[in-house]
Write a protein that binds this ligand. Structure first.
Ligand SMILES: [Zn+2]
Length: 211
């Protein structure tokens, strides 16, 4: 929906309304356009065809439980490490609780803001490689903290491509992670950049025998 109506009235999170609205304000209001089943059918059909995501969508408590489960290893590893370093039970328990607060809760809030920066900062600050029809920008700071997602003007110019690396210095860590997953046999059908897709299509037209 953001891509279909970028920085226009129907964009669910344009920062051109206000920075705070695009960053996080839009999440605090119920928007029926987003939760209606027809929106899912139109904008997220492929996601709901994946049994895991469909399962999550049907059971909103499940993500909460999956999230809460990480508290156990965070606490246990910190607690055992402190105990083995000679700490008393109470001190080790406090250290475990401290690691949970910083490693789970504070980390989650930080990552929320990093994710939201892709909606807010990269539609306000940065440079443009492509004269796209919205205000998307390439922002090096967001690219650094969001593992490449800050090259957002590149993403808007070619949203279906896996990589957002259009110039040699625009390093897209996420893309190389996907390539590593493909190398391990976990990821497949990686969509290349548009230039490569055009090249493949014209090769296929010239020589229909070669895919
Ligand atoms: Zn955008």
């Amino acid at each position: 929906m953001h891509h279909a109506h970028s920085d226009e009235g129907e964009d669910p999170h344009s920062p051109l309304v206000t920075f705070l609205w695009g960053h996080m304000g839009w999440l605090f209001l119920r928007n029926h356009d987003l939760t209606h089943v027809s929106s899912y059918a139109k904008y997220a059909r492929d996601t709901l065809q994946d049994p895991y995501y469909f399962w999550l969508e049907r059971r909103p408590v499940a993500p909460l439980l999956i999230y809460a489960a990480q508290i156990i290893p965070y606490f246990a590893i910190a607690f055992l490490a402190a105990m083995s370093a000679g700490e008393a039970f109470e001190g080790a328990a406090m250290f475990g609780a401290s690691v949970v607060i910083w490693g789970v809760f504070a980390r989650t809030v930080l990552v929320w803001h990093i994710t939201w920066s892709v909606n807010s900062l990269t539609h306000m600050f940065g440079y443009r490689n492509h004269a796209t029809e919205e205000n998307s920008r390439n922002n090096w700071l967001v690219a650094l903290v969001a593992a490449g997602e800050g090259w957002h003007n590149n993403h808007h110019q070619d949203p279906s491509a896996c990589s957002v690396q259009h110039r040699w210095w625009e390093f897209d860590l996420t893309y190389w992670e996907v390539r590593a997953l493909a190398w391990m046999g976990i990821a497949r059908d990686i969509t290349p950049l548009r230039s490569e897709r055009v090249k493949r299509a014209s090769n296929a037209r010239r020589d229909p025998g070669v895919a």
